[in-house]
Ligand binder design. Structure first.
Ligand code: FA5
Length: 347
């Protein structure tokens, strides 16, 4: 088929279609025109499109281009006519817009992640015990993550293999490279103890909840990113007995009155004496936190007189608490982003 002939057929169809669509005066007539021109089986556009096969190869690009323009022109004219008649041509073709006899579609609501639920719940319990919520940065410097916490330069806790140090920007100036301060993802929320004691006046009673990072191999109870809740109480006569009472009260409020917890002597550079706290679950003790009396060296690092002030601090693993409360036996399930799993913990 010659190109001229093809273009003439296209143009006359477009002219005719536009004329009809400008004057169409009912939805039924519009629907008939829609089928006449754009119907998938016998529509006129379809018939003309078939003629494209008979066009010479060299003329095909021009013919195809004009065909697309005409098709868009007809679809545009259909849409305009539909709007003039008070609807959309798509809706008209799909039948009645609204069928009140159909059952409704229930909207699918998201659920709050169990860890977020736990964070909120922990804040609420500790708030009732008089602890105010504070925040600290996730990217830290060695002063707040180690030095002020009485963790000396050669302590294994500072080993690059046990921390996520951040690569510092490369500088062509070798002097600048050596003076750039190290940065790391905080490995514990105890960093916030230091920030709070540096800036807030005494006495104080705070908690801080947030993410911490360690290159631990994932298993049922370990993950490289997890959350901790740090607590710090500094006043004139704070004692270990108060620390144990607060942690017991907290554990029974969050995990239930029947929870069995124990304190084990332990060591942290920033507390003396120190304990680790476990709960009993499924036939074994699970460690959910560390705690102790603030070490005098830590007080001195932030300019607080340890002869006048005393305090306790604790750091609890939020995932371990959340797992016990919700009956989750593998920490990795919390971070697989499987909504079928997470939906079970809807509030
Ligand atoms: C600490 O991080 C201390 N900063 C806690 C502390 C604060 C002691 C204040 C004294 C005073 P530890 O490394 O034991 O301690 O971690 C505390 C809790 O975090 C653990 O008991 C455990 O519940 C949780 N935890 C530790 N590593 C992981 C991990 N890889 N995945 C999940 N939870 C973890």
């Amino acid at each position: 088929m010659a190109l001229d002939q093809f273009l003439t057929a296209l143009d006359s169809m477009l002219g005719e279609a536009r004329a009809c669509l400008e004057t169409v005066d009912s939805a039924e007539a519009l629907e008939q025109l829609r089928v006449k021109y754009t119907g998938a089986k016998n529509g006129e556009l379809k018939s003309i499109q078939k003629m494209l096969a008979g066009i010479e190869v060299k003329d095909k690009p021009a013919a195809g281009k004009r065909f697309n323009e005409v098709r868009d022109g007809i679809e545009g004219a259909l849409e305009q006519a539909a709007q003039r008649l008070g609807g959309s041509s798509q809706q008209e073709s799909a039948g009645p817009a609204f069928d009140p006899t159909l059952p409704g579609l229930r909207p699918r609501l998201g659920t709050i992640h169990p860890i977020t639920q736990s964070l909120e719940h922990l804040k609420e319990i500790m708030g009732r015990l008089g602890f105010n919520v504070t925040e600290g940065p996730e990217i830290e410097d060695p002063w707040h993550n180690f030095v002020a916490l009485n963790i000396p330069e050669d302590h294994p806790a500072r080993d690059p293999l046990d921390n996520f140090y951040l690569a510092t920007a490369k500088s062509s100036d070798p002097a600048a490279q050596t003076t750039q301060p190290a940065r790391l993802l905080r490995s514990q929320t105890s960093t916030v103890q230091i920030r709070v004691m540096e800036t807030q006046s005494l006495p104080l009673r705070i908690i801080s909840l947030g993410r911490v990072y360690r290159p631990d191999a994932p298993d049922a109870t370990h993950f490289p990113m997890f959350h901790q809740m740090e607590g710090l109480w500094v006043d004139r006569n704070v004692t270990m007995a108060q620390l144990k009472s607060v942690l017991r009260l907290f554990a029974t409020s969050y995990l239930g009155g029947d929870v069995n917890i124990r304190f084990r002597p332990s060591f942290f550079p920033f507390t003396e004496p120190s304990v680790e706290v476990d709960y009993w679950w499924n036939g074994q003790w699970i460690e959910f936190g560390g705690a102790g009396m603030v070490d005098p060296n830590v007080f001195q690092a932030v300019g607080i007189d340890p002869e006048v002030w005393s305090g306790f601090a604790f750091g609890l693993g939020v995932e371990r608490l959340c797992m016990r409360r919700f009956g989750i036996t593998d920490i990795r399930d919390l971070y697989r982003s499987d909504v079928r799993f997470l939906r079970q913990f809807a509030t």
